[in-house]
Write a protein that binds this ligand. Structure first.
Ligand code: MN
Length: 705
């Protein structure tokens, strides 16, 4: 193993600095020790696997951190080594990378069900804030796929299917073409070994048949480019096996139909040469209209650049051509990985680096964004899945939530009870406010308390419909309960005033009451009382009348104005202004309690159809409070008449609250309106008798309604 490792380190030193190599050496030894005694299915020591994974990354010229993490990628999963230990030995970034890969590993076991595949794919892309985690994972999978032969058939098929559903599409989306194709072909080989064999044989045979034609076309292209002064490499391009298989299956093509097109790739030195080559090709063979695509000027979202065109070939066969620079080609093959190319002093590499940055720059400008490649990747992720964030429960379950989601939304998404009782949240092990917006890959742990309640303020920041409706529902229910509690207290007061108590009421009374009143439950009646929709005193009386007769006949103690209104808000109607001594009737009105009218008030007549609201009441003989009453006088228009009237009222021991006199209109009589304070009907009669004695008073009446 040591020898194999030494050979690779030597190879890697082609683009890495000596100090990087020595860190990789110590990472290798660390990994070798950690995996001591573990073996691959093939019988090799386990450490051969991380070494191979690191080497795949080295082929893409990834940075030393990524390679170090690759060497260590299985130690957290398979050995006792902790993240802290890795961090101490190799730095925090490496530890984060290893941790990220380990997390992906964990999910894999919980989510291999096919239904979860799409979710997992999104998750994988989104959760890794550092794309290198995905690159390491893909390299890991690539090596496992390459060595899958040693694994038993059942497991082999499962892993190959998972690769096809999850890893290959990710590689494709990230623009990692060569891995993508290799993963697909390897998967096909292990999922459908027979189809793979037949197809591989057919492709080999077709290659022989086509060789002559392809050779002729290639020669024509080379000659044409040379004449046009374009320095270029021309390659014949073949579809990978899986893409042939897919086309046959999805489009129901025969093998011959799929193969009935020639592919060429032309690699030139610079961007200008791309267009020169294109011009030359279009003058050689006619382009098929509508097939030309300029991904140089407008790169694909994953960074892919090239000119694509399809030509009418000399034998009626379409010719697909891709034209790109060498740098674009590298990016096309390595995709996102090319942004992590290690910056070394090697001039050719830094040249590529520069180009990559230029290209990144143009991409970013086009998307009117600015910033570094990390931001680009964020942007890329946002583009791929704009509306969702993917977060973890403490048990590693994936939750997909809308963008802008907060910890409270998460809590309700897990369970309504968790939402209703949440008091705090730990995001990635750190206590954070509940309103914190969740980010991709966050591990979210909700802290609950048994008696916690939703806060109405949460409605200001939650984004999910579920959280919103559950909070509203809870608040409404809580409101109901509080109202019912208040109603219970009010009813108990009323019952006490009537010489009974809530505790003395019987189930039978309640049942009958609830049935009669059309309410759903006793609780609803109580809540109605609390909300002022029903009057406690009325309910109390009705309840008692449903029980044994007696207690409600006991006169209530204290200085009440109206008997029968105990515990109830009482108002005197403005329309008829009843005063003690008037025959009166109480009308229950919503939100106003009981309103007392005189028995002849027109309002009473209107309320007759609703007998529930009408209550027989009587004045309390002890009443001392002054009452307002209005009178109207018709007086002869003579000087000093107002003073005479006022003096007479004062004489009778009453206060004048208000006076209104109709304006002088030249007539002999005028109207005067007085609002007086009287203690009762007798008092009023005395005042009126006095006023009648004044000669100028022609007519006198009490005003009602
Ligand atoms: Mn591995």
């Amino acid at each position: 193993m040591q020898a194999a490792a030494a050979a690779l380190f030597k190879e890697w030193s082609g683009y890495l600095k000596p100090e990087d190599i020595s860190q990789l050496e110590s990472a290798f030894h660390f990994s070798e020790q950690a995996h001591e005694g573990q073996f691959r299915r093939s019988g090799e020591p386990y450490v051969s696997h991380p070494l191979a994974v690191a080497n795949i990354l080295a082929q893409w010229h990834l940075d030393p951190q990524a390679l170090t993490a690759a060497l260590l990628h299985d130690v957290m999963e398979d050995t006792a080594v902790t993240k802290t230990e890795i961090s101490r030995n190799f730095g925090k970034p490496v530890a984060e990378l290893v941790d990220g890969v380990s997390k992906l590993h964990k999910i894999e076991f919980e989510t291999h069900a096919e239904a979860q595949a799409e979710n997992f794919r999104k998750m994988l892309l989104a959760m890794a804030r550092d794309v290198r985690v995905i690159l390491i994972k893909l390299a890991d999978r690539l090596h496992n796929m390459r060595t899958l032969g040693a694994v038993e058939p059942e497991k082999r098929r499962r892993i190959a299917r998972e690769t096809l559903e999850i890893y290959a599409p990710i590689a494709n989306r990230l623009g990692l073409n060569s891995i993508y194709q290799e993963l697909e072909d390897l998967s096909l080989k292990h999922v459908y070994p027979d189809r793979y064999r037949v197809l591989a044989k057919a492709v080999k045979a077709a290659r022989g048949n086509r060789r002559e034609v392809v050779g002729k076309v290639m020669d024509s292209i080379k000659r044409k480019l040379k004449n046009a002064g374009v320095e270029a490499q021309v390659h014949g391009r073949e579809k990978h096996l899986y893409s042939i298989y897919r086309k046959m299956r999805e489009k129901h093509f025969t093998f011959a139909q799929v193969q009935d097109v020639f592919g060429f790739r032309i690699i030139v030195n610079d961007v200008a040469a791309c267009y020169l080559a294109l011009g030359a090709l279009h003058s050689l063979y006619k382009p098929i209209p509508g097939k030309f695509k300029d991904y140089v000027a407008i790169p694909k979202a994953n960074g892919y650049q090239a000119l694509h065109t399809t030509l009418f070939g000399p034998f009626g066969t379409p010719i697909e051509v891709q034209v790109r620079t060498a740098e674009m080609h590298k990016i096309a093959e390595a995709g996102v990985a090319s942004h992590w190319l290690y910056k070394s002093s090697d001039t050719s590499l830094s040249e590529l680096q520069k180009k990559t940055h230029q290209w990144l720059q143009s991409l970013l400008e086009m998307q009117s964004q600015s910033g570094d490649s990390v931001e680009f990747l964020e942007h890329l992720k946002v583009d791929l899945f704009p509306d969702e964030v993917y977060v973890f429960t403490p048990k590693g379950k994936i939750m997909a939530l809308p963008r802008g989601t907060t910890a409270v939304d998460f809590a309700y998404a897990v369970h309504t009870d968790i939402g209703n009782r949440c008091v705090a949240v730990k995001i990635n092990q750190e206590l954070m406010p509940l309103r914190t917006e969740l980010r991709n890959g966050d591990r979210v742990e909700i802290i609950t308390a048994a008696h916690a309640k939703p806060n109405p303020l949460w409605l200001n920041f939650v984004v999910t419909g579920k959280a919103r409706s559950r909070i509203r529902h809870f608040l409404k229910t809580m409101h109901f309960q509080e109202s019912a509690q208040l109603g219970e207290r009010l009813l108990n007061q009323s019952l006490t005033a009537l010489g009974s108590a809530l505790a003395e009421t019987k189930e039978a009374q309640w049942d009958k009451f609830v049935r009669d009143s059309g309410a759903k439950s006793r609780q609803e009646i109580l809540a109605d009382i609390g909300l002022g929709k029903r009057l406690a005193a009325v309910v109390a009386r009705r309840l008692l009348s449903l029980g044994e007769p007696g207690p409600n006949e006991v006169p209530a103690p204290g200085s009440v104005i109206i008997r029968g209104s105990e515990g109830m808000a009482v108002q005197f109607a403005k329309c008829c202004q009843p005063i003690p001594g008037d025959p009166i009737i109480g009308i229950i009105s919503k939100g106003q309690g009981m309103v007392i009218h005189t028995h002849d008030c027109p309002v009473i007549a209107k309320a007759r159809h609703d007998p529930d609201r009408i209550l027989d009441v009587a004045w309390d003989p002890e009443t001392k409070k002054p009452f307002e009453v209005s009178i109207k006088l018709v007086v002869a228009n003579q000087r000093g008449v107002l003073a005479k009237v006022a003096a007479e009222i004062a004489e009778a021991g009453s206060n004048i609250q208000n006076v209104a006199v109709d304006p002088e209109d030249g007539s002999r009589y005028t109207n005067m309106f007085f609002t007086l304070q009287v203690s009762n009907r007798l008092h009023l009669a005395r005042i009126m008798r006095g006023l009648r004695r004044i000669p100028e008073v022609v007519r006198l009446s009490r005003v009602k309604g």
